[in-house]
Design a binder for this molecule. Structure first.
Ligand code: GRF
Length: 193
């Protein structure tokens, strides 16, 4: 059997990093076709940076306030991604809108997870908006990233029912369980090519 090298993932986070941690756990399986080469955060206090460092993964903060322009900030991040030879760039709770230049550079290998059944509820407060709308189901989407916020081609979705008793917190907790499974699965599928 030919041993194909595992694809390298750069993961961009801004905070908690639970999706990053779920991906990290998947990469510990012997046959998972990808590994994390780099974690980047725009927030030096992001908890996910410590999670990555504790797993001996290179984790760097690039704070917007340390750069004069958005262009310079993104250039530094792109430089780090390219130096790490990442094959796939995963946004996992990265709370910054990327420029068209950035999204174009990684077109076809830049993906994001969003906590709604896109195209419904782009942006923030997705769980409360789904409850307020009286929706029967909600969920999460992994999609390619283009210059339109939460607007790129949808790769896969996972659904959960909305219960009568749900608050934004209970619903988001159930969606998050699905996010963790879905993101690892989509990455594995992409990494096989
Ligand atoms: C997740 O709900 C993700 O879908 C959204 O931001 C949240 C990040 O959570 N884009 P975490 O940092 O992965 O725990």
């Amino acid at each position: 059997m030919v041993n194909t090298p595992r694809k390298k993932l750069a993961i961009l986070i801004s905070g908690r990093g639970s999706n990053m941690e779920a991906i990290l756990n998947s990469t510990r399986q012997a046959y998972y076709p990808a590994e994390i080469c780099l974690v980047i955060s725009d927030n030096k206090d992001a908890a996910g940076l410590d999670t990555a460092r504790n797993a001996n993964i290179k984790a760097s903060a690039f704070q917007r306030c340390d750069y004069e322009t958005r262009l310079e900030h993104e250039a530094a991040i792109m430089n780090a991604i390219n130096s790490a030879c990442a094959d796939i760039v995963c946004l996992a709770g990265y709370m910054r809108i990327l420029s068209a230049d950035f999204t174009k550079t990684y077109e076809g290998k830049l993906i994001n997870i969003h906590p709604s059944l896109l195209p419904k509820y782009k942006g923030l407060e997705t769980h409360q908006r789904a409850i307020d709308a009286g929706d029967k189901e909600h969920g999460c989407t992994v999609h390619f990233v283009n210059s339109e916020m939460d607007g790129g081609e949808i790769i896969a979705q996972a659904k959960v029912p909305i219960l009568k008793t749900d608050t934004a917190d209970t619903l988001s907790a159930r969606v998050l369980v699905e996010e963790h499974k879905l993101y690892s699965k989509v990455i594995a599928d992409l990494a096989k090519f």
